[in-house]
Design a binder for this molecule. Structure first.
Ligand code: ZN
Length: 245
């Protein structure tokens, strides 16, 4: 009798140890992501490059009319953006980036760090090498990376219907070829022209106001009746008169 009780007790101890180690494994980083792997949970008051990497990926969730600074400092605006990202994907919206949040980001990012539904190729239909714009090639490419993460948020908010990018970064000669304005944001690589499927251009332009785009031009603005332009210039500049913007 005693031996049997001991055996039951021992097996339940082993089971408990097994469960405990399983939960430790589950709360560690989900896997070594081939783009970027976070090594700690991040919350308000923390700082570092890992915070900046997180900010790039939640910059599409700043709230209406706002833009999130990619500065490596986890302040209240970053916490709010993390909460909105979490809510958008059905996670607990606590503003703390831990295993669940990072797991969602890993599921969304490609090995080259672009979000799942956008690519460097479609953001560079000009000369392919990011040169000849208003900033150095690395900056232009980095700016389009940040733009793509905002676009991923915009796309998700509108039901994950496909969005077709018709233009992104332009060199000066590409900008001249398409008749772009002299100081077009396309020269900086922080702009995208796009056409949605599944909903209207106006729905796209209206929703873009919630996802970190300081520049929005759409139907009713000269030259923008067949696409919506978004960018990340320093000040808010929105015009789509046919959409009430
Ligand atoms: Zn444009």
């Amino acid at each position: 009798m005693l031996r049997r009780m001991l055996r039951v007790l021992l097996s339940s101890v082993l089971l408990t140890v097994g469960l405990a180690s399983a939960s430790v494994v589950a709360s560690a980083p989900a896997h070594a992501d081939s783009c970027y792997t976070w090594g700690r949970s991040l919350s308000e008051g923390m700082a570092g490059d890992d915070v900046a990497q997180l900010q790039i990926r939640v910059a599409g969730y700043p709230g209406y009319g706002d833009a999130l600074a990619i500065d490596g400092d986890f302040g209240p605006a970053t916490a709010a953006a993390v909460s909105r990202f979490q809510a958008a994907y059905g996670l607990t919206a606590d503003g703390i980036a831990g295993p669940q949040t990072f797991g969602q980001i890993y599921a969304l990012q490609s090995p080259d760090c672009t979000p799942l539904h956008f690519s460097y190729g479609e953001m560079n239909q000009c000369n392919g090498d990011w040169s000849g714009g208003a900033v150095d090639p690395a900056t232009a490419q980095y700016n389009e990376l940040k733009t793509m993460w905002k676009l991923e948020a915009l796309r998700h908010a509108l039901g994950d219907y496909p969005i077709t990018i018709t233009d992104g970064f332009r060199s000066s000669s590409c900008n001249d070829d398409v008749g772009g304005v002299p100081d077009s944001r396309h020269l900086y690589g922080d702009a995208a022209d796009m056409v949605p499927s599944g909903y209207s251009l106006c729905s796209l332009a209206q929703e873009a106001r919630y996802h970190g785009f300081q520049g929005i031009f759409g139907p009713g603005f000269p030259g923008h009746d067949t696409h919506v332009h978004v960018d990340s210039e320093d000040y808010q500049n929105w015009s789509a008169p046919d959409c009430g913007i």
